[in-house]
Design a protein. Sequence first.
Length: 526
Amino acid sequence: MIPDPSTPVPDPFQTRDVKFQEKVRDFVFEVFVEMIFDRDNRLIDQLFQGAQRKRGQYLRELKRWMTRHGIEWNHHHSQRVTTGRAMRAGWRTSSDTTADFEALRIDGPYRNLPAPVAFETKFVTDPASIAYRAWKYVYEAKARGYGGCVICLFDALGHTDWREVKKLEAELNEYLPTDLLSFEEYTGRRIHNRTYRMLYRYWKMSRLQLQPQLYREFSNEKRLTAFNDCITGQQVTLLAGAGTTIAAGGPSWLTLIDRLWQAELRGRYAYPNITPEAAHAEVNNVLGDSVLVQARMLRRISGPGFMHKIRRQVYSGLNHDASTPQAFARLALRLYHAQQLDRIITFNYDDLIEEAITALGEQSVPHYSERRTRESGLVVDHVHGYLPPPPQDITPEQAASVVFDEGTYHSRFNQPGHWTNVTLTDALQNSVCVFVGFSMTDPNVRRLLELQKRPGETPHFILLKLPDLRLEDAELQLTRAQLVAAQEDLMRELGLNVLWYETFDDLPVMLDLLSPLSVLPFSEPA
């Protein structure tokens, strides 16, 4: 039915009964830090037991002490510094802010970068996220017509490896002139890392107890309640997709293919200066945009050592201490100790899940072939193959397990009795499956979901990344929300209930909210 154009469209963020409002909102540690100095925040009132005068006096004294010692709490201070420097140089500055981009625009060749220059400060707690966030920002800046970028990194916990940052800066400059700066060096103000680490530890240890205050704006209580009700007394299978690796600094499937092609074009075909974008465009021009076809050609031309090339790209920059695989492991062990864990399945080549489980005190072993492992511990089924971390040798059995290109995909399609298909089918038939880090574009997974779907039932769950719905254009906002609703309907046709998250920073928090916390048999790590 076509809606009456004269009827006002309800704003999904102002009404309580619009299903588009059922989503996850941004929530990161930065918000918690800003709450400390939020004068109207009830959490801080509780910490000070409602003593407003005492609280205000304490904060004023703390700020004065920080100022005297050259310490800066507000990471946005760098923007004030930049505005002052640009004005003294005679360049105008303005704010350029949209739903997915925020910059201080400088209409001049700031720091010898071509004008106009986009300036932004990034609050950093997980160094593994720097590359992802920087590339995302630089891509958007170039699309918006900027000549250069300055990204100031507020290294809150003091964990950033600045040598790696300089390498990243060199890669970014191949795409757009970019400076990656240290907040302390740029502003001359120190960051009190010890205080931030203390607060970060407090936040991690207490965020579950502070759920009513901290999660109200970004959690979908109805869906989370439905999930926990659904798995009560049920066996659960956890499935990890590429998103768990991406959240730990690893490559997506498309990025992996592009990196391998770039390496081949630079080396084998003597094109040393080709950029990732140019490599992607050249391969698409010749082979088309089918990633499976491109992967098949890669395997054909790469020759000996191809699995080592894949492994090098998979493990390059991978952070085994990243929050998402750790949260996935915590969820697995909560279910395991409640005797509800049916199995763990990963579609990734890496050992992130095994390492995260081992770090929590349980043994874990990879399984990647028809032959079951005899080692003791929680088994992680690698249905797309397993490559051990370097410098371990890659065995012939491990190399043969890797599903990489069109040929290996066809092989799996044509072998219904292959152990990977049997494993997935058994999990879909006999447990509640929870898909984490999936875009749900894998044709074999979709085929098995449809084969096992029973009419009128939606037994499984998927955590999906939500497109940004906070748009100024009302018509575009409604269109996007309708597309999101259509995507939900499509997932439901496959037997999947959707739990939404907006950023990779939200994903580990969502995982910590899944399953009853009362079965957690160990303390959450600091």
